[in-house]
Design a binder for this molecule. Sequence first.
Ligand code: SF4
Length: 410
Amino acid sequence: MSAPANLPPKEELLNRAEEILKQLEGGPWPSHVSELRKTRYPLHVYGVGLVARKSPWGPAAVKVEFLNTGVLSRWARDWVPGGGSEVHFRVFHTPGKFLRTDFLRKITKISRELGVGLIELVGQTGALVLNLTPETAEAMVDALREIGTDVGGSGDAIRALNACVGPALCEFALYDTLKWYAEFYKDKRVNDNIVTPSYPYKFKVKFSGCPLDCARAQRGDIGFIGVWEGAPEVDQELLGKKIEAGEVDPEKLAANCPSGAITWDKEKKELRIDGTRCKKSMHCIRAAFPAIKPGKKRKVAVVVGGGSKGRFGPKLGWFIGYLEPDQVKDAIDLTFKVIGPWEAEAQPKYRLGDYIMHLGLDKFIEKAGIKLEGMPVSTAKMPDEVPYAVLPKEVRERFLSFAQQLKGRV
Ligand code: SF4
């Protein structure tokens, strides 16, 4: 990239960069610049970028022996005085982001001695990222492996897994997300595919203990979400007390149920929930817990094809059926069944969801050989008269009616 227009001479540029950095240290709030000054991060590059109002970084590649993925690197562009580089690893993190203090101490020691003294916990998944220098990269990987972790989870591979805190901290957890996370990590196939990129694009696996979906499993290529069968359980006596105390408004509860499953009998002072209509939104449970709780018969709903990036834009996953909370081994097998046809046939940079849209959900399920309890039965057939249709008929009709409603409103 050519140098931005009107850049001052080198010395003045560096002085102005320093001025901006100092401004960012002012004020009563914590300053990321002050924190970065404690490390060996090339802060002047950041400052120059702020003066130029352009990213000062260009792409680069750093090869670390015996490492196929997980290393990301950038070099300062040639208009940045003094140059500089920024290289970082993604390190395997722990389920629910529980980090033991002894583990953190070891990581900090490695970062200080072999890296630049900077650890980041970033992104939606809370990924553990360590900055390093290319010269010490190999020694750093060895040190990380010695303390029982590894580098991986970037590129076109299975990405670092993500699980909510689940039963360790949360009263809503409907299955053991932490155990599922650990079992997935322990599986050799999963591990191999985290450290070796061989897929058309990235593949994310996420575990959420309930439909509140803190791990955003709906946006994973495969997501596992704790649910229950039928209606939530209502403790009428406790609910009555909450209503008397003014903590719960039963009419509001019924009005806010997204599927209209709740009815409030004023005479009998009884709240009823129709399990066949309940869409597991968690709204009533959150508002009246523990008087309203998830039902006792627990399941794990499986969704596939979600993602915020991809050829056809952001998508929420499609529900494809249920597993039991103890079926984690089947969940691992299912994950590789889902990956199979996508890996074999999808074009480069097609997320699983893009591939499913291209093929149609019914055909994808058939190709992957998936058989699950509660699978959605689709009568939709791809009509011959619509060439290149990527969506089943019923889905296209839903989009069409939505577009017509919008047109009407405009
Ligand atoms: S997803 Fe549900 S179970 Fe998991 S932390 Fe969030 S509220 Fe709790």
